[in-house]
Ligand binder design. Structure first.
Ligand code: IDP
Ligand code: MG
Length: 153
């Protein structure tokens, strides 16, 4: 059975917020048919960001990445739907925006890897880890998507 309840963690990074792209980024996921199940604006502390990016500790850009992500508020979200994780990554585009096709979020709105405006989980298990890190259970809102029968057969 197709899992229309798959969830992914998507975040609009500080540059995306500062550049006024919050609405545009949310719109891509809404228009595609995904369901928003949680959202909050948060200025994350270094500890939280180090935990979020712990797999990248040791990379030469790690300290700069944590500083970038701590430089202002981010918008943290959970989106739900069929293949939300892999399709979410496609909607965002490649890590390096210069490799992102026009039509993707990064391909339309940014240029450099170190200012690539958005985050998306890269696998179902990392999505579960990230959702649990950023959201309390009660922040994941239970609601019926009125257009679900028009999105899924
Ligand atoms: P992803 O965000 O597409 O999953 P990751 O490899 O998980 O890419 O890297 C996490 C984030 O770290 C990237 O989105 C980007 O902001 C930053 N990053 C990755 N590689 C570089 C780099 O070479 N220079 C500067 N920042 C980088
Ligand atoms: Mg990643």
């Amino acid at each position: 059975m197709a899992n229309i309840k798959e969830r992914t963690f998507i975040a609009i990074k500080p540059d995306g917020v500062q550049r006024g792209l919050v609405g545009d980024i949310i719109k891509r996921f809404e228009q595609r048919g995904y369901k928003l199940v949680a959202m909050k604006m948060v200025h994350a502390d270094t500890k939280m960001l180090e935990e979020h990016y712990k797999d990248l500790a040791g990379k030469p850009f790690y300290a700069g990445l944590v500083k970038y992500m701590n430089s202002g508020p981010i918008v943290a979200m959970v989106w739900e739907g069929l293949q939300a994780v892999s399709t979410g990554r496609k909607l965002l585009g490649a890590t390096n925006p210069l490799d992102s096709a026009p039509g993707t979020i990064r391909g339309d709105f940014c240029i450099q890897t170190g200012r690539n405006i958005c985050h998306g989980s890269d696998a179902v298990d990392s999505a579960e880890r990230e959702i649990a890190l950023w959201f309390k259970k009660e922040e994941l809102v239970q609601w019926d998507h009125h257009s679900a029968p028009w999105i899924y057969e």
